[in-house]
Design a protein around this ligand. Structure first.
Ligand SMILES: *Cc1c(COP(=O)(O)O)cnc(C)c1O
Length: 387
């Protein structure tokens, strides 16, 4: 099936066939793992489009074409991790440039911005992007990039991508959306006006907790050329085996996400009804402050949620965190198995406490990545842990 005709197909068909041309040399239906560092040339400069594997690899090329197709973009680039993809985007900038970033986002993104790039003279302004007017308020002539994440990790706040993209277009900035939590199954930021979509492919795209990888997808040729140049020059490329794993993960994204969403609804409603639970952060509740926007820009609400107990002490949270049997206590998310996490001491420990508390990321907050096990078992496990 050629990638050309895929454009007209429905998502499930695209997910399975994206990037999967039979191998021209053997007809192998799965893209082989081209475990090679270099390619033989018949004469100097005469080759088949592949010179050196930091620049090009056929397994990576298949994955990159799949990434573009599933995000409705023209170009995809695969990176050795999600943060490596983020790193490449910031390297589009120069000292003196300003970035407007969401105040509530993945801790590793915040760490990269504040601890690595600030010292190179790039200025980051953090605002609550759930109200896009906050972005307008801090825009200056030096603003070059707007970085948002929606839904956010771990508080499930929603930012209106289309509204922010209008602000960005008017200001002439680049809008990059971290789409890790939603995955392309639930949300396609390029269709809503974003310039770049970023993924930690480690999460839902890979889907099996067995690979670290990142991705960028875009429509603009010059943006793609610059990002490819940065990737090739800085070297954050994924290995061919990891590309094979993500390519394989993408083929089942739709069936996994469907189940993550179904289980998410059941667990969210169960927790909300539990007498010991104080608050559940999940964007599928009708009274979630940004429910209307979530409904407008997403096709479902996913498998991520957070909650707090009425007893807000760290001890009470710790008791739950160490009592689950099916939910494993671990960082990361988006795999087939359910995980439980304590953002304040684990995934978001790199954000100073005062910053965290300001955004509502309290010490007692518990985050769940709801897997695709039977929902009844998940509910039972949470029940025994909380009781
Ligand atoms: C995990 C994660 C990242 C970082 O990706 P890595 O693959 O761990 O480098 C970025 N953004 C979000 C939302 C994430 O969950």
């Amino acid at each position: 099936m050629s990638t050309y005709s895929l454009d007209k197909m429905k998502l499930a068909t695209r997910l399975i066939h994206a990037g999967a041309e039979p191998d021209p040399s053997t007809g192998a239906i799965m893209t082989p793992i081209y475990q090679t560092s270099t390619y033989v040339q018949s004469a100097p400069g005469q080759h088949k489009g592949y010179e050196y594997a930091r620049s090009q690899n056929p397994t990576r090329a298949a994955l990159e074409s799949a990434l573009a197709i599933i995000e409705n973009g023209k170009f995809g680039l695969a990176f050795s991790s999600g943060v490596a993809a983020t790193d490449a985007v910031i390297k589009l900038l120069s000292p003196g440039d300003e970035v407007i970033a969401a105040s509530d986002m993945y801790g590793g993104t915040y760490r990269l911005f504040t601890k690595v790039f600030e010292k190179f003279g790039i200025k980051f302004k953090y605002v609550d992007t759930t109200n896009p007017e906050n972005i307008t308020a801090v825009l200056t002539e030096k603003s070059k990039l707007i970085w948002i994440e929606t839904p956010t990790n771990p508080l499930m706040n929603i930012t209106d991508i289309e509204a922010v993209s209008k602000i960005s277009k008017k200001a002439g900035t680049i809008l990059c959306v971290d789409n890790t939590f939603a995955s392309p199954y639930l949300q396609n930021p390029l269709d809503l006006g974003a310039d770049i979509v970023m993924h930690s492919s480690t999460k839902y795209l890979g889907g099996h907790s067995d690979v670290i990888q990142g991705a960028l997808i875009m429509n603009d040729q010059s943006l793609k050329d610059q990002l490819y140049f940065i990737q090739k020059s800085c070297g954050a490329v994924p290995g061919p085996f990891d590309c094979f794993l993500v390519l394989r993960g993408i083929k089942t994204l739709h069936v996994r996400m469907k189940q993550h969403c179904e289980n998410g609804i059941i667990v969210a409603n169960y927790l909300r009804s539990h007498p010991k639970v104080q608050q559940v952060f999940w964007c599928g509740f009708l009274d979630h402050p940004n429910y209307d926007i979530a409904k407008k820009q997403m096709r479902g609400f996913g498998g991520m949620l957070s909650f707090t107990l009425k007893d807000e002490s760290i001890e009470a949270a710790t008791k739950v965190l160490s009592s689950t049997q099916i939910f494993s206590l671990a960082e990361s998310l988006g795999g087939v198995e359910s995980l439980i996490n304590h953002p304040a001491s684990m995934t978001h420990a790199s954000i100073p406490r005062e910053e965290r508390m300001k955004n509502g990321l309290t010490d007692g907050l518990i985050r769940l990545s709801i897997g695709i096990e039977d929902a009844a078992d998940l509910v039972e496990d949470l029940k025994q842990a909380i009781d």
